[in-house]
Design a protein around this ligand. Structure first.
Ligand code: PEP
Ligand code: MG
Length: 554
């Protein structure tokens, strides 16, 4: 057996024959066109417009976060800088194909040079360029193979346009050679519960028709597999399918300790599906969707309507609404300024307190929506760093009639002073994505430091433990709503560290419910203790695995 390592997305396992994505079309050579510059320009404009339309339509068909990603790609296609760069080349009499290829390559290099979020978007830009060139050549858009039977898709990387529209009856799993845990492939795979291993560098050795096992829980792709291994994989697939199909019970440990399992939602659109998947409420309602494509904050009535739609899906249930979290990777022209170091700048609650009316309007809309529905609304502030900020936010929430006001713990300072914070706030919710970023000083969107972006790191776990202890000391609920809660074993460790509820992408609920139900609170605490004491993330994961294995053996 051979084993290729990558980064697993989710807990899925799948087996089947490989089908590789066709390589990108050959890059056009620098050639003079037989057409006039005007004719070439018209061809390019038509191709760009058609590709942008196609991307937009794919986004509309796919919905969810794919829609935003594809709309952003469609906008990239029409970027005026690109248009100018292509026009300069067309003006020299070059072919449309080369002008597009070269202009996009230049823009891509600029983005890569900027690092961080912009560099991650470079892959999206390459996809747009290839689509435009294919269109100019009269070829179909590059994309996913159709071998006529279910297959494991192996690709260099997947463009958002491809991931969004994968036929899930045909694609058993996805393996990419490139890509990190925050690549669009990973995000969309997680959202659609596609079994995936990304960044499997050696996957370029795989060939069409070869049978492989894709084990996301183990971050590996197995080749040269035996019948015994295939049987074992199938047993795990059946076990997960049975767990997903079983009637949904509230999240709990084996000894009956309740651990409510909640949904992370980015818009009211996903609410019905979350309920179907067994969400016992919402642990993180990200409200940014209302603001991100706007030039100004939406008015109170618009916001109230959106919040009401969300709350109506959860009568009698808890819905934790996060006040607008702008800044860093989510800049908003009317709220945030250009800063040298936006992740350390005026973002989250800091930006809201500097523009208090925007926060007041949001709280007003939320209180009005709550009054119209049966949901139990909790409101929380993003990126809280101090007790003083907590006091300010809680006072404002109360002034607007919102009874339950809390804070997100996303920076080490608030984890370390969680106890005084929880004397003012009604609850804490730990955002492990940002908490890991700030604890490890590793940009969460930067592939080159992705290995440091691991919430299993004992430094992160210790901070989570601080908040858990503060919650116990002040008798306050402590939730976790970062991606860490969606990793079943880590979810158990988080409970052992004192988390009283967990919130995650709805697709992860079944796996987490299954794992929690296998262990007692005592095992959770022992696993947490062992993980905390480790020296690094891999050691922490290994130590927790060992505790769980030994507990299972009695
Ligand atoms: C987090 O930081 O863990 C979190 C849940 O917030 P977001 O991912 O929206 O920054
Ligand atoms: Mg965050």
């Amino acid at each position: 057996m051979a084993r290729l390592e990558g980064i697993g997305v989710g807990q899925g396992v799948a087996h089947g024959p490989v089908a590789r994505m066709a390589p990108a079309p050959e890059a056009p050579a620098e050639e003079q066109s037989a057409l006039t510059a005007e004719q070439e320009t018209a061809r390019v404009e038509e191709a760009v417009a058609a590709v942008a339309e196609d991307l937009k339509a794919r986004g509309e068909a796919a919905g969810g976060s794919a829609r935003d990603v594809l709309q952003a790609q469609a906008m990239m296609a029409k970027d005026p800088t690109l248009k100018k760069a292509a026009a300069a080349r067309l003006g020299k009499g070059l072919t449309g194909e080369f002008a597009v290829h070269d202009a996009f390559a230049e823009f891509r290099a600029t983005l890569e040079g900027m690092g961080g979020y912009m560099a991650e978007r470079a892959a999206d830009l390459a996809d747009v360029s290839q689509r435009v060139i294919a269109r100019l050549r009269g070829l179909p858009a590059p994309g996913v193979p159709t071998p006529g039977h279910p297959f494991v898709l192996v690709a260099e990387d997947l463009a958002p346009a491809d991931t969004a529209l994968l036929d899930l009856d045909q694609v058993l799993a996805v393996v990419t050679i490139q890509g990190g845990p925050t690549s669009h492939t990973a995000i969309l795979a997680r959202e659609k519960a596609i079994t995936a291993v990304v960044g499997a560098v050696e996957a370029d050795q795989l060939h069409d028709g070869q049978t492989v096992i894709v084990d996301a829980a183990d971050s590996a792709v197995l080749t040269e597999v035996t019948q015994g291994q295939l049987d074992d994989a199938q047993r795990r697939i059946d076990e997960r399918a049975a767990a997903v199909a079983a009637p949904v019970t509230p999240g709990a440990l084996a000894d009956g300790t309740e651990v409510p399992l909640l949904a992370n939602l980015g818009s009211p659109d996903g609410a019905a599906e979350a309920v179907e998947l067994g969400a016992e409420g919402v642990g993180l309602f990200r409200t940014e969707f209302l603001f991100l494509s706007a030039d100004a904050a939406p008015d109170v009535a618009t916001q109230r309507e959106a919040y009401r739609r969300m709350l109506e899906a959860f009568p009698g249930k808890k819905v934790v609404v996060r006040a607008l979290d702008a800044g860093a990777d989510k800049p908003l022209p009317f709220l945030t300024e250009e800063e040298e170091n936006p992740a350390l700048g005026r973002r989250g609650l800091r930006a809201l307190l500097a523009h208090e009316q925007i926060l007041r309007d949001q709280l007003t809309a939320l209180a009005e929506a709550e009054a119209e529905t049966e949901a139990d609304v909790w409101v929380m502030a993003p990126m809280v760093s101090t007790v003083a900020e907590t006091e300010q936010f809680v006072a404002l929430a109360r002034e607007h009639g919102l009874r339950t006001a809390g804070v997100m713990v996303e920076v080490p300072s608030s984890a370390l002073v969680a106890e005084p914070i929880l004397r003012h706030a009604d609850f804490a919710s730990i955002g492990t994505n940002d908490l890991t970023q700030y604890t490890m000083a590793a940009d969460r969107l930067l592939g080159s430091v992705a290995d440091l972006q691991d919430p299993w790191h004992p430094a992160v776990l210790r901070l989570v433990g601080e908040v858990g202890s503060a919650g116990a000391a002040t008798d306050s609920p402590v939730g976790v709503c970062g991606e860490a809660a969606a990793d079943p074993l880590l979810a158990l460790v988080l409970v052992g560290l004192g988390a009283t509820s967990l919130s995650m992408a709805p697709a992860a609920l079944a796996d987490v419910r299954l794992e929690l139900g296998r262990h007692t609170a005592e095992t959770a605490r022992a696993a947490a203790q062992a993980a905390r004491a480790a020296g690094d993330a891999a050691g922490a994961r290994g130590a927790a695995q060992q505790v769980v294995r030994e507990a299972a053996q009695g």
